[in-house]
Write a protein that binds this ligand. Sequence first.
Ligand code: PMP
Length: 424
Amino acid sequence: MTRANSRDRQLRDRADAVIPGGMYGHQATALLPEDYPQFFEKGEGAHIWDVDGARYLDFMCAYGPNLFGYANPQVDAAYVRQLGLGDTLTGPTALMVEMAEAMVAMVSHADWAMFCKNGTDATSMALTVARAHTRRKTVIRAKGAYHGAAAWCTPRPAGVIETDRAHQLFCDYNDVGSLESAAAQAGEDLACIFAAPFKHDAFIDQAEPDLAYARTAREICDRTGALLVVDDVRAGLRLARDCSWSRIGVQPDLSTWGKCIANGHPISALLGSDKARKAASVIFVTGSFWYQAAPMAAGLETLRLVRETDYLERITALGERLRDGLAERAKAAGFALRQTGPVTMPLFLFEDDPDLRKGFCFSSAMLDRGVYVHPWHNMFFCAAMTEADIDAALDAAEGAFGVLKREAASLGPVEKLAFLAGAH
Ligand code: PMP
């Protein structure tokens, strides 16, 4: 329970007066255990400090943006240097061209890049490009897949009207039949298929992309002239130094990027192949802050680290170390823990835990031991983590399984997650 007189509590009370709901969006702690802090003071490397001074090994990495460590000295030096020269100017700097060149060189399907701020800017722009390219309306996407918070894709219905959602068809991720039937239903009006690089929906087991599903998406697009979009906003650079579907040999026409491409500095991107270049050049998309130079300087430095370091191999090895160690400790404590998703973006769910009461108890006990894990959203590894950090997390897990064992029989339902019971 958030302590009565903690700074976090005081800030929550003040926020209630001046921020709708006290906090909104994906970083609101409304659906997390009661003791999770809402407000933080700083981040350094793989750690964050809450406003009451508690330090945590952070397996959320800001929900993705932290790839090379918070306050990474090289990235932030590049950012600060450019800030001194100029950031938001009357036009872009040379860095915009360099950033586009760097991304096009790194991502095999891409011939061009456009920059924006948030992942939602990039996914919405992808939809506009696809509709401009095909002069058609319909988009197919997987049920439950998150592509951002604009009216066309936000997961909450409040304030959204039917026409915002018009011309969308849904399939089940990895289900070739449902993809084919959505395509048949779209007929000659199919503009694009959106695909998550793997199934990374909240609250449920994650799943790798099925090759037949990915190939079918590609074939449908080739057959109909629609564009295939891989939404790499969340997974980009944690699975490959290329578009995530390059790992299974399926190339999209468009890919969307954000979160970690400048290690936390605000920039996102839409990349495309030559096929979509003309459409991308005739749509009108822009923003006051889209051409800022400092995030581009940070992005160039981040991409240099991507190219020149073994960060991906290291976070993969660390991910495997956590997965193996956790499996061992769960087994020893007598718990069936399902660990799904790529090792660098894991999700843990307990067997027989429909309202996540075990997950909440375990996560709280981890938090108590200085490790910030998430009970129902995929987590993220960063290159600032070390083997010693993972071993500390495993020690914490051993203690947390002990707490769960003692308390399992007396755990009450998690009221705020009652909607989950029986849902899957
Ligand atoms: N697509 C995916 C797959 C995402 O995970 C997210 C953000 N979680 C977005 C799009 C939207 O990105 P942003 O929050 O930066 O708008």
